[in-house]
Design a protein around this ligand. Structure first.
Ligand code: COA
Length: 221
């Protein structure tokens, strides 16, 4: 069974070995596989200036193994968009306590693809919307390659470009904002066959509002 664990400053003491595994997985995916050598800090772990106590990790864990995830950085703190890629934003950076920047999304290589059941990426994407709703977030911002746009639109995510796509080191890259909505969560669950809640809030206070059951929302489509 795959679940998406919410890991933040308040409960990271419960996840020290999983976090180490997660940073090593990021190294394998980004430094080794994708060849983003500038991220290599030489310790076999991919950790950068956006991995701070403010960062929230959504970690997909299957049978005690970290198999995917991403991180969320509050836009009230320095983000990739505001400090590394400001040219991707035309009308000024978003700095709001209810908007988080999502980055470093990945699935470990041997658990990718539509044949993988359950599909880890689907759990990560559905859980991301679930988390946004539970935490009353308004949007996620993302620096991403443009191939993601259609992929996210297909699961009901409203993707709004913040500027023009730019070729960065051979990758056509765009800054976007994605609305957090019940509709996006429900459509992600239905289109990717995710059955409702996937989040684990170990050691944290449960969210103040319960997220709705997706099936009810789906009847509206
Ligand atoms: N360029 C273009 N399209 C890509 C892509 C890339 N680098 N990586 C994935 N895709 C698209 C393709 O359409 C692919 O289908 P295809 O293999 O038939 O071409 C589809 O996504 C599915 O990808 P797949 O690798 O089978 O796995 P998945 O759906 O389980 O997980 C990712 C998707 C992106 C999470 C996974 O490929 C991954 O972890 N990649 C490495 C990390 C990464 O590049 N993250 C994004 C940048 S931060």
């Amino acid at each position: 069974m795959v679940e998406l664990h919410v890991v933040c400053e308040a409960n990271r003491n419960l996840y020290s070995s999983e976090l180490d595994e997660y940073f090593r997985a990021r190294h394998s995916v980004y430094v080794v596989e994708r060849g983003w050598k500038e991220l290599d800090r030489g310790a076999g772990r991919e950790i950068d200036q956006f991995d701070t106590p403010h960062t929230i990790y959504l970690m997909a864990i299957e049978n005690s193994r970290v198999v995917g995830g991403h991180r969320l950085v509050p836009t009230t703190e320095p983000t990739m968009l505001s400090t590394v890629f400001p040219e991707l934003v035309l009308r000024g950076n978003i700095r709001r306590s209810d908007v988080y920047e999502l980055s470093r999304i990945f699935v470990v290589r041997d658990r990718r693809g539509e044949q993988a059941r359950p599909q880890i990426e689907s759990v990560v994407l559905a859980g991301t919307m679930e988390f946004g709703l539970a935490e009353r977030m308004n949007q996620f911002t993302i620096v991403m390659e443009t191939w993601w746009i259609q992929r996210l639109a297909e699961i009901g995510w409203q993707v709004k470009p913040l500027g023009l796509p730019i070729n960065i080191k051979g990758m056509i890259t765009v800054g976007v904002a994605v609305d957090v909505s019940e509709s996006a969560w429900a459509q992600t669950c239905v289109r990717r066959s995710v059955r409702g809640s996937v989040l684990v809030w170990n050691g944290l206070n449960p969210p103040s509002i319960r997220v709705p059951v997706p099936r009810r929302a789906v009847r509206q489509f």
